[in-house]
Design a protein around this ligand. Structure first.
Ligand SMILES: NC(=O)C1=CN([C@@H]2O[C@H](COP(=O)(O)OP(=O)(O)OC[C@H]3O[C@@H](n4cnc5c(N)ncnc54)[C@H](O)[C@@H]3O)[C@@H](O)[C@H]2O)C=CC1
Ligand SMILES: O=C(O)CCC(=O)C(=O)O
Length: 410
């Protein structure tokens, strides 16, 4: 199912549970602004390459719009639209004063040189600079982008508007980035998993984890699970997948990946088929890569008892139904991966304050926000007798609806 259809369906279901007025429902669903730009750059060999960039600004009732920028060949307007909408509900679930947005460029960053990536990022920034801003829309990294990408956006934006560190988050520390932001999504995933397992009388220790994606989110999450006694029994990325029933030595894998840029031929496990990771024997499945990976084709074969949605919309509604019938507990994306945007908020606050927090304070505050959101979601689940996804959706949608009603339309 298309990402936007799936996200709209979840939103409509939540709106029905909340009994939202149909006009308000329509107003919340339609994005505030959709930006599509042509980005042409000279390649290193002198030839011209043209890419299409998007920034979808979904909603700003609760504050400046916030969300990452993705570089991936499959970026399309519907997916960016869905991801922008998810950011609106996510920032509301996290109770941070933002709306939602998302951006992306349809490109394969693995096939572009550093200087080509820099030119592409600068051209994209030139096209959107007057529509983003510290109190308007604040980008951050997502799949295929990182702190270097944010540094280029900051530099290009500052040429038009003066030095503005708070216009992006997930920046390098030397440019005003926050301590703890790089690890934040993975650490938030760890706190969220700990809270969910505790509800079920379990702990991270000795649970078996299968992790799809070993980039920013997946590698940090794996590190935290491993450090707390979890057994990471399978890991995959775009280059391959490995398994080890006794638990992979995650620090050794991190070192291997850093020097080899690939998981292939890692000696601490056996190679397995990429697609088998999602149905591998484990207690906890943690998708940390693309959307829509759990669908009606593979949901019935999932062995995990818990799914932690570290990626955005990894489970489509058809899979949701199959998995819930099997009794699999799913911790939804708009809560599970909200640690990233929460520490982005701390970064923005630090930039505005002109004051840098200790990493310990960042992580302490992150845990506090994650625990508080979990409690709020559980309350919604009890109030509306619904699962965790609808608990999170009703929580987020209700907060945005209240802000919208309070502001009015005049
Ligand atoms: N970076 C962040 O702070 C946040 C990221 N997310 C979400 O987490 C997910 C991952 O994002 P990042 O880690 O930032 O991206 P990344 O670009 O750092 O890493 C993505 C990983 O997925 C792997 N991958 C791609 N296709 C794959 C496939 N078919 N099978 C297995 N692995 C595959 C890549 O090789 C890479 O290891 C995305 O859905 C993103 O939207 C959500 C919240 C915050
Ligand atoms: O850190 C941020 O502002 C956004 C992170 C993001 O794109 C996401 O949570 O999906």
């Amino acid at each position: 199912m298309n990402a936007l259809t799936a996200t709209n369906r979840n939103f409509r279901y939540a709106a029905r549970i909340l009994g939202l007025d149909s006009k308000l429902e329509r107003s919340l669903l339609i994005p505030f602004r959709e930006i599509k730009v042509e980005c042409s750059i000279p390649k290193d060999d002198g030839s011209l390459a043209t890419f299409v960039g998007f920034r979808i600004q979904h909603d700003n009732a609760r504050g400046p719009m916030k969300g990452g920028i993705r570089y991936h060949p499959e970026v399309d307007p519907d997916e960016v639209n869905a991801l922008a909408q998810l950011m609106t509900w996510k920032t509301a679930v996290a109770a941070i004063p933002y709306g939602g947005a998302k951006g992306g460029i349809g490109c394969n960053p693995r096939e572009l040189s550093m200087s080509e990536l820099e030119r592409l990022t600068r051209v994209f920034t030139q096209k959107i600079h007057d529509l983003i801003g510290i109190h308007r829309d604040v980008p951050a990294p997502d799949m295929g982008t990182n702190s270097q990408t944010m540094a280029w956006i900051l530099d290009e934006y500052s040429k038009f508007h003066g030095h503005s560190p708070a216009v992006v988050t997930g920046k390098p520390i030397d440019l005003g980035g926050s301590l703890g932001r790089e690890a934040a999504t993975g650490l938030g995933v760890f706190f969220a998993t700990e809270a969910l397992l505790a509800e079920h009388g379990k702990s991270i220790s000795n649970m078996k984890f299968a992790i799809q994606g070993f980039g920013n989110v997946g590698s940090w999450a794996a590190k935290f699970f491993h450090e707390h006694g979890g057994k990471v029994v399978a890991v995959s990325d775009i280059t391959g997948a490995i398994k080890n029933p006794n638990g992979i030595d995650v620090p050794a894998l991190l070192k291997y990946k850093k020097s080899n840029k690939s998981l292939n031929d890692f000696q601490g496990g056996n190679a397995m088929d990429l697609n088998d990771l999602l149905v591998h024997e484990c207690d906890v499945l943690v998708p940390c890569a693309l959307g829509g990976v759990l669908n009606k084709e593979n949901a019935a074969d999932v062995k995990a008892k818990f799914i932690i949605e570290a990626a955005n919309h990894p489970t489509d509604p058809e899979a949701d139904e199959i998995l819930s019938k099997k009794g699999v507990v799913i911790l939804p994306d708009i809560y599970a991966n909200s640690g990233g945007v929460t520490v982005s908020y701390f970064e923005w606050v630090q930039n505005i304050q002109g004051f840098m927090w200790e990493e310990e304070k960042v992580n302490h505050e992150l845990k506090r926000y994650m625990m508080s959101a979990f409690k709020d979601i559980k309350t919604m689940c009890q109030t509306h007798n619904c699962n965790l996804r609808m608990g999170a959706f009703t929580l987020g949608v209700n907060r945005v609806a209240q802000a919208t009603l309070l502001r009015g339309w005049e």
